[in-house]
Design a protein around this ligand. Structure first.
Ligand code: COA
Length: 167
């Protein structure tokens, strides 16, 4: 298989990250458009002002037409999001464009991001719907469920917090 094309997510990628957040948050299920995300603080905090200190991400796919991104951001205090576990641990968001799913790009981006984050953060956390097949990907790279972390999410279903310890 051709190795995935990966590069760091920079500030200029913010518009693309909004698109990927739209996929990661399953916002279409609620009838939202991509632009709506900016008005939903629980989601916008993952992307708004991308490129701030501590932001770390990977964009995947051809340079002229990227098709996936995985990124982490420290979200603390009033900005804490669904996957918050402590003030030192950034939260993960990841998505691949629908037409490019299931071909290994998500795995490649996540593995690169984990390697990049290892020297900087003690752990990575995330929130995922309990029935999302992405849980298998997370488990394969080492994420485990945070005990008693089930919450009712925006869609009214159950989400669970997972954590990957890096040291
Ligand atoms: C999750 C996601 C980023 C994985 O990227 P990918 O390139 O499809 O993943 P890979 O091909 O490297 O790995 C396959 C794994 O991805 C996950 N996956 C594949 N298709 C998926 C889909 N439509 N939805 C969610 N996860 C999927 C599964 O865990 C799968 O493992 P399996 O083969 O054991 O079922 C991508 O499928 C996606 O964008 N899904 C929708 C958005 C989403 O759910 N994001 C996570 C929110 S917490």
């Amino acid at each position: 298989m051709t190795p995935a094309l990966l590069r760091p997510a920079v500030a200029a990628d913010e518009p693309f990250l909004w698109e990927m957040l739209y996929e990661a948050s399953h916002a279409a299920d609620q009838g939202h458009a991509v632009a709506d995300l900016k008005t939903i603080p629980a989601l916008s905090r993952y992307v708004d002002g991308w490129g701030a200190e501590g932001d770390l991400g990977v964009v995947g796919g051809p340079a002229e037409s990227p098709c996936g991104a995985a990124w982490v951001r420290l979200l603390t205090g009033a900005n804490a999001a669904y996957g918050y576990i402590d003030d030192a641990t950034p939260e993960l968001a990841i998505a691949v464009a629908p037409s490019a799913r299931g071909t290994g790009l998500g795995t490649a981006m996540l593995e690169r991001l984990i390697a990049d984050a290892a020297g900087r953060y003690p752990a990575i956390s995330l929130s995922v719907r309990e029935d999302n097949p992405a849980r298998r990907l997370y488990q394969r790279v080492g994420f485990v469920d945070v005990p008693d972390s089930q919450i009712v999410n925006r869609a009214g279903t159950t989400s669970v917090t997972m954590v990957l310890r890096l040291r």
